[in-house]
Design a binder for this molecule. Structure first.
Ligand SMILES: Nc1ncnc2c1ncn2[C@@H]1O[C@H](COP(=O)(O)OP(=O)(O)O)[C@@H](O)[C@H]1O
Ligand SMILES: [Mg+2]
Length: 591
């Protein structure tokens, strides 16, 4: 069921939805207006202070020194020095404020993304590998961090500083100021070319960066397989190719960066030379004081500062928009499987589960996976689904959990369509023990409680006792640390833990999907005892290949090619001499 939300592939020419992205950025800034206003105030203060120093310098040269007034000189120097200290203090406050606000935004954005992503359909995750998603969320949020801590405030300030410096210079000497004018269109044109050339390049670089980190995650996840098949060299070689592509893209990008900055860097001394040349001539003619000339030279530095930052701003803004675009696209994804408008809350299963003429396929164009499946499972009864691999057994139970929706027919609990039930109440009523078991890092106890610390220990002990698993949990104490993915337990052991977990969570309906497939005969016997207990107390669906496990259930469905071929008790099906009896004979011989 690919819905084409593989939105990883942002091609450099893809259109960014500026409005949606702008709305996202604004929505992040809006609740923090006061924080940004304060940052802006600090920044304006430090800028104003820095603007005053060249004027003080001019005063020292043109007034204090010619008057030979040492007190005045000392005072002016003290002002110059004090100004610098104040400038540093305001800058410190500013950085602190921006970092605080930026971090605050990042935390809330990541929370928003995580809680949104937790609700997305399983479909989305089959189309988007987790490694890549993690890398993307990390890099996109940190790009926005740069926007909020640097550009959002600085850009206004830089514009202000630029205009103020220009204004002050024009006020003191218009003619000398006008000499500088041609420099700015030149810089604008240069910046424009630079941004046009480098922005597709930098998109490529970022994409490759995400790819490298996704590749690493995926390969390290499969490290067991890689080592088992000794594919280490092959994996390294693929990593190297990827890194080489990233290297050459980075290099091309960096060369442009260096050329651009050197050009802009060259413009500063060029402008300084022009001011010295013309200003010096004016001083010789007596139309300009030395103080004003020095002041101009000092201001030139301040004029070029915002110019240097201009291209940086543009590139951060561009990157922020493409990062924001991807983030807002994720946030705009609506899961197909959502809570119904007027949900019916399932508090307990009273009558049972019913499938009537259910048809299902993964995607509109695909083959039918379930064809006209019908059965009913009254409360407190048990049912087994058996049949060949790929026959559709897991799909039947996925519909019950509403991991996917079916196309035709009816799936009902107590006579209510599952699509009308509150998803949350549905999924908390039905428990699942799967073939591939995911355990979370923590202790065995934590995992038995599904990380829910509100569940009392006593309930865990009680569940273990009821299922007769004391011996197992003596060998694997509840305090044992489970590492990521439960890698320090065997699959069979994980299946025991996950069966006990289902018992602790105490759901009314339990689905065991090949839950005992990896156990040794000894553990399986242990588990069979536990399952007997479950049979008595729960509504149970068991999917299993080992027919010894399913003998005791009330009814067996033989599913093949998406169809229910046979249905009945073990005895009935055996007597009928159909597919089930063939399976049985395959496993146990003709006796
Ligand atoms: N998420 C999915 N997307 C597309 N096809 C799927 C998906 N899950 C299962 N299938 C296909 O549906 C068929 C039935 O799968 P499944 O119900 O898992 O079989 P079983 O549990 O009996 O082994 C298989 O052909 C499988 O390839
Ligand atoms: Mg299956």
């Amino acid at each position: 069921m690919h819905h084409g939300h593989g939105d990883d592939e942002q091609d450099p020419k893809e259109k960014i939805d500026y409005r949606a992205t702008f709305r996202l950025i604004l929505s992040l800034m809006k609740p923090r207006k006061a924080a940004f206003a304060l940052a802006f105030a600090y920044m304006a203060a430090s800028t104003l202070i820095s603007l005053a120093n060249p004027i003080v310098a001019k005063y020292i040269i043109d007034t204090a020194i010619p008057a030979k007034d040492s007190r005045m000189l000392l005072l002016a120097t003290a002002v110059f020095f004090g100004n610098t200290v104040l400038f540093l203090i305001f800058n410190y406050l500013l950085v602190l404020q921006l970092v605080r606000t930026g971090q605050d935004i990042m935390v809330s954005l990541k929370e928003r993304m995580l809680s949104h992503m937790l609700g997305l359909d399983l479909d989305y995750y089959s189309a988007n590998p987790v490694g890549r998603l993690t890398a993307r969320v990390q890099s996109d949020t940190s790009t926005l961090y740069a926007l909020f801590t640097n550009t959002a405030v600085t850009i206004f300030n830089d514009a202000l500083m630029f205009l103020a410096v220009f204004g002050i210079m024009a006020f003191y000497n218009l003619k000398l100021t006008l000499v500088l004018l041609p420099v700015f269109p030149a810089i604008l044109a240069l910046t424009w070319v630079y941004v046009r050339v480098t922005s597709p390049l930098s998109i490529t670089v970022r994409k490759l960066t995400a790819e490298v980190s996704a590749f690493l995650t995926e390969q390290l996840n499969g490290i067991g397989v890689i080592q088992a098949f000794s594919r280490e060299a092959n994996t390294s070689a693929r990593m190297e190719t990827l890194n080489e592509r990233k290297f050459s893209a980075e290099m091309r990008n960096e060369i442009y960066v260096v050329v651009f900055f050197l050009t802009v860097l060259f413009l500063h001394p060029a402008a300084t030379a022009a001011v010295f040349g013309l200003g010096g001539t004016m001083v010789i003619k007596g139309t300009l004081t030395v103080g004003v000339l020095v002041m101009f030279i000092l201001y030139l530095g301040q004029l070029f500062e915002p110019i240097f930052r201009f291209s940086e701003h543009i590139s951060i803004i561009q990157r922020s928009f493409s990062a924001g675009h991807r983030i807002s696209r994720i946030l705009a994804l609506r899961p197909a499987l959502v809570e119904p408008k007027k949900p019916h809350f399932l508090t307990s299963v009273k009558d049972g589960i019913e499938f009537r003429n259910v048809w299902m396929r993964y995607g509109k164009e695909s083959e039918w996976v379930l064809k006209d499946v019908s059965f009913s499972l009254p409360r407190g009864r048990s049912m087994a689904i058996v049949g060949e691999t790929g026959g559709g057994k897991t799909t039947v139970t996925s519909l019950l959990f509403r991991f996917y929706d079916f196309e035709k027919g009816h799936v009902e609990i107590d006579g209510t369509d599952v699509r009308r039930l509150s998803l949350k109440s549905l999924r908390s009523a039905i428990g699942l023990v799967q073939q591939d078991i995911y355990l979370f890092p923590g202790t065995v106890m934590d995992n038995l409680k599904m990380m829910d610390s509100s569940i009392p220990d006593a309930r865990v002990h009680e569940a273990i006792r009821l299922m007769g698993l004391e011996a197992f949990f003596k060998k694997h104490p509840l305090t044992k640390k489970v590492v990521e993915k439960g890698a320090n337990l065997s699959i069979g052991e994980k299946q025991v833990v996950s069966l006990a977990r289902a018992m602790v969570l105490d759901q009314e309906v339990l689905v065991l999907d090949e839950a005992t497939s990896h156990m040794d005969p000894y553990t399986e016997r242990l588990i069979t005892g536990a399952i007997k207990h479950l049979l008595k107390h729960k509504t149970l669906i068991i999917i299993a290949h080992r027919l010894s496990t399913v003998r005791n259930v009330d009814r067996i469905l033989m599913v093949s090619g998406g169809e229910v071929k046979e249905s009945g008790t073990h005895g009935e099906l055996l007597a009928a001499g159909g597919l089930y009896s063939k399976y049985y004979k395959l496993q146990f011989g003709d006796t």
